[in-house]
Design a protein around this ligand. Sequence first.
Ligand code: AMP
Length: 358
Amino acid sequence: MRVGIIGAGQLGQMLGFAARDLDIECGFLDPSPAPPARACGEVIQKPFDDIDALRELAANCDVITYEFENVPVEALQQLQESMPIYPPVDALRQAQDRLLEKQLFEALAIPLPGYHAIDSYDDCRAAADKLGLPMVIKTRRLGYDGKGQFVVRAPDELEAAWQSLGPQALIAEQWVKFDMEVSAIGVRDPQGNIRTYDLTRNVHRDGILRTSRAPLDAGGLQQTASTYMRNLLQHLDYVGVLALELFVCGDQLLANEFAPRVHNSGHWTIEGAATSQFENHVRAVTGLPLGDTRCLGHAGMVNLIGEIPERVRSLGSGHLHDYGKTPRPGRKLGHISVVHETPAGRDALLREIDDIVT
Ligand code: AMP
């Protein structure tokens, strides 16, 4: 069995390590010169929209999957005529466009913040009238880690928002005063079996994920999130891991976005769950039985962004994952996971690490 993975970044690397443990080979496609997943298999160094390169990847593989979202759907639609692509290309198509994503949440009765599609400056004004201020305007496509976003706090900022993001398809969202951000991670196999991980609490800084921790003492929210996850996975006839990002507002969950792939907020599952998200994704797309998603204690993760401080390498606790990338401001270079018997012990370890990396 050989899996073709589009993208050879750190997610590809961690998928590759998980596949190797299952005695499954991987090949990758990625245009960058020295991507992290080169440690796990051959990388075809060509663009993602090069249909011949995709065919070259597919030629030696039994199934194709992807580790990031900006893969051209048209190229995958051509490729799927000759081989299975998981997660389904249609799930990717909907995740790539924030408007389609929101319409999907609505169709599945998953609550979400108010929104308004924007194609002109007049639409910006209409959005402000409808949603009130503050609101956030985002590009409909190709946004990540908070990029392509503008928070409008006063009417006189509307012009600047349109100048900065337009003219292109945009979407305005109500600004949510959330209590916290969480993500639900689930996995579905081709037979329709589903497993879900415990909810993860996420803290972002400057739009980039900083820390995650799980499990969460979430009461009924866990059940609600699992129901939303199951509905999404079943509706999309999904195969693989899916991550759903949610805002917690009191006893309500509001959907922000979903990612049709393994997710940064699930890195803790490598050491902190019986089966990691990476192994379960490989299992799902290759038709192996899904593994147990139970937490093994109280887990946490800190992203290492921009640099990996020397002191982090000599810490007595935690599992350091260095992706082998060249340091650059704002770049995710690695992460550290911790697992402890108690939430307080886990949080103390996270604080110790956070103090070093800030
Ligand atoms: P996104 O790229 O949509 O995940 O946004 C990145 C981060 O910006 C989120 O994780 C939130 O911290 C914040 N954010 C995005 N949309 C909203 C919103 N409608 N209300 C409040 N905060 C938001």
